[in-house]
Write a protein that binds this ligand. Structure first.
Ligand code: NAD
Ligand code: MG
Length: 395
């Protein structure tokens, strides 16, 4: 039976990996409804020509004309701008890949969940910024959230049906990122390309920098608590350089179930795309004898303070985690643009949280998405303003 699917953030790292699986499937396995991108109009036009969705949407309004010209005569509808993204995301499908990066993905993902179908959630920011809203929305609309983040997908796969009430603890693994062996002093002068050189995974720029600061793992602890309904003390992190074990679930009897696989995002994406069944992938097969050894160590919060900052925000509530995410997005972008140093990223996030929490209590939970977007925008403004101070410190 042909399944109707949409891919939000189709030109990104996760979007491209998803399309790779669709390309390899039987020709009538999937029918593309919507493909979206933010700015890369050429890449969007190319995949639209190949996959023939009903609609292709570019987030950047100024590129709308270029897109429609590029797809002239193909019969593919085109649109542009944030409202068009939301409209395309709300079109009825059987499955949506939510792979827009950042809090820009909140409204389109919410629109997809409204429709009540399955949503493969790569965009962890939804749960970090407004977890309760998204979990509740999925429940009300009868939608299924299928976690795509490799650690969360591993845990999802390792929860024996009906045994979630017997979970004692879950563990997210982390490769440790490119600076896992660097002393903190050296990180101060880390360049953009040092930070983007992830030792194991190939991912978009934003999440690659988050992996270098370990903020990614902090965001993932928040994501896991909200996704699996667990308190923070039941969610652990362990550094595991080979990234072969992705997540572990410990039960009350001492049994531990884990999911293993090569570090290739096509494995968790395929698990979500074929759910509740399975599909073939071209991912490298795991050869434990060849790997020989798996290493584990605790994360070093002195060298990587982002993990502690994220845990503190999680204890404080949703207002703090939404502010954490927004401040981090601005700080990472500033680092990528060469405006601030690597260690300033966590510093800016921590200062932003301190300032926002100091001026007025951030809500513990949000009544709706608007409230989350409001905190997001306040934290962005605060961090952008603070960039000038950091810049002068650097000068
Ligand atoms: P990416 O930067 O490679 O791609 C992002 C996609 O979102 C692109 O298609 C881009 O056009 C679109 N986009 C960016 N800004 C947008 C905006 N303002 N409005 C609309 N669309 C916008 O990112 P990625 O690495 O594929 O990550 C996507 C999401 O998946 C992130 O939330 C990330 O944390 C999560 N994730 C990624 C990986 C990975 O391996 N790359 C693993 C786990 C989780
Ligand atoms: Mg992950």
């Amino acid at each position: 039976m042909t399944r109707r699917i949409s891919i939000l953030g189709a030109t990104g790292s996760v979007g491209t990996a998803t399309l790779d699986l669709v390309r390899r499937a039987e020709p009538d396995a999937f029918e593309l409804i919507a493909l979206t991108a933010n700015r890369n109009v050429d890449a969007l036009a190319a995949i639209a020509r190949e996959f023939k969705p009903r609609i292709a949407v570019i987030g950047d309004e100024r590129q709308g004309g270029t897109l429609s010209k590029a797809l002239e005569g193909t019969g593919i509808e085109t649109a542009s701008g944030p409202t068009a993204l939301i409209e395309a995301a709300s079109r009825p499908v059987d499955w949506t890949m939510a792979a827009i990066v950042g809090s820009a993905g909140l409204e389109p993902t919410a629109a997809a969940l409204q429709d009540g179908a399955a949503v493969a959630l790569a965009n962890k920011e939804c749960l970090v910024c407004a977890g309760e809203y998204f979990i509740d929305l999925a429940a009300r609309r009868g939608a299924t959230i299928l976690p795509v983040d490799s650690e969360h997908n591993a845990i999802f796969q390792s929860i024996y049906p009906g045994h979630d009430r017997f979970i004692r603890r879950i563990t997210l693994t982390a490769s440790g990122g490119p600076f896992r062996d660097w002393p903190r002093e050296r990180m101060g002068s880390a360049t953009r390309s040092d930070a983007l050189a992830h030792p194991v995974w190939s991912m978009g720029d934003k999440i690659s920098i988050d992996s270098a600061t370990l903020m990614n793992k902090g965001l993932e602890v928040i994501e896991a608590c909200r996704l699996f309904g667990l308190p923070p003390r039941q969610v652990d992190v362990v550094i595991h350089r080979q990234s072969v074990i992705h997540g572990l679930v410990e039960y009350v009897d001492g049994s531990v179930l884990a999911q293993l696989g090569s570090p290739d995002m096509r494995i968790p994406i395929a698990s979500a795309l074929s759910w509740p069944e399975r599909m073939e992938t071209p991912a490298e097969r795991l050869d434990l004898a060849r790997i020989g050894q798996l290493d584990f160590e605790p994360p070093d919060e002195a060298r990587f303070p982002a993990l502690r900052i994220a845990r503190d925000a999680l204890e404080a509530g949703e207002g703090a985690t939404a502010a954490l995410n927004a401040a981090n997005e601005v700080a990472v972008e500033a680092f990528l643009q060469g405006q601030v140093g690597f260690l300033d990223i966590a510093g800016l996030v921590s200062d932003c949280l301190g300032s926002l929490e100091g001026s007025a209590a951030l809500p513990q939970r949000f009544g709706g998405l608007d409230e989350a977007l409001d905190v997001d925008s306040r934290a962005r403004t605060w961090t952008r303003d603070a960039l000038s101070t950091v810049n002068s410190k650097h000068a």
